[in-house]
Design a protein around this ligand. Sequence first.
Ligand code: PAF
Length: 295
Amino acid sequence: MIRINTVQHLKNHLNSFRNQGKSIGFVPTMGALHQGHISLINAAKSESDVVVCSIFVNPTQFNDLNDLAKYPRTIDVDSQLLEAAGCDILFSPEVAEMYSEAELELKRQKKEDKSWSEGKAVDFGSLAMVMEGAQRPGHFNGVAQVVSKLFRIVVPQKAFFGQKDFQQLAIIRSMVKQLDMPIEIIACPIVREANGLAMSSRNERLTKDEREQASAISRALFKVKDLYSIKNVEQLKALVENEINLVPQLELEYFDMVDAQTLQPLTSFSQAKSAVACIAVKIGHVRLIDNVLLF
Ligand code: PAF
């Protein structure tokens, strides 16, 4: 595996692969890699000739500076994991390589600039107004900003994302469609710890006890999956609130059952062809999200 830090070096390297007719698979990450990320690398390897993984803790998608400062950074271990998984290129740029000072200043002033997509405005509409979008203002603009930059740099045929960030996937699919980017977005299943906790880089910040307490999150979601055909939306919401409240260390931020396409909350299951149950829970200072596809 080769590690590259600059955009120009990466572009040159990838051009030589492209000239040999090789296909490029891309896995964008923020590091602190776990088996969920490795499953994305494996999927990328099985569908592409060359696999690029980026590790970049993107400042523009954090609306909480403390969260950005505390985000785990484990580049040496990550690099070893990627090498062992058979990744070909690790792209790990510094912030100044990805953003001009002017772009960062806009973000600091919370002036969202939609011209980042080369003159084409991208509007996520109601997709970005619910759940994570409602709780973390500006988050998805930051995600789309960095992913569109990375896509333009790497120019992959396929890009691989985890389904744990269900809303992020919908946002990225929408961005690719609006910008006519010829990139296939591939969603990969959530990977879970033995106790059901969805793997996340943020789990690194949990103590052993907290990891156990946090397993109540997926337990609640799987109960919903078992019961949605015999209970209504209101009853299931009450059930999840109850399950989470049983663990005093957990604080429920939201739980919604949403249309899997539009992400709008359902009041009845007959409103959707496909539905997903999505949850965000705080444990101490760590915020965890998870979801389960119901039908
Ligand atoms: O899911 C993530 O790790 C990040 O949001 C992403 C897609 C790498 C953009 O920074």
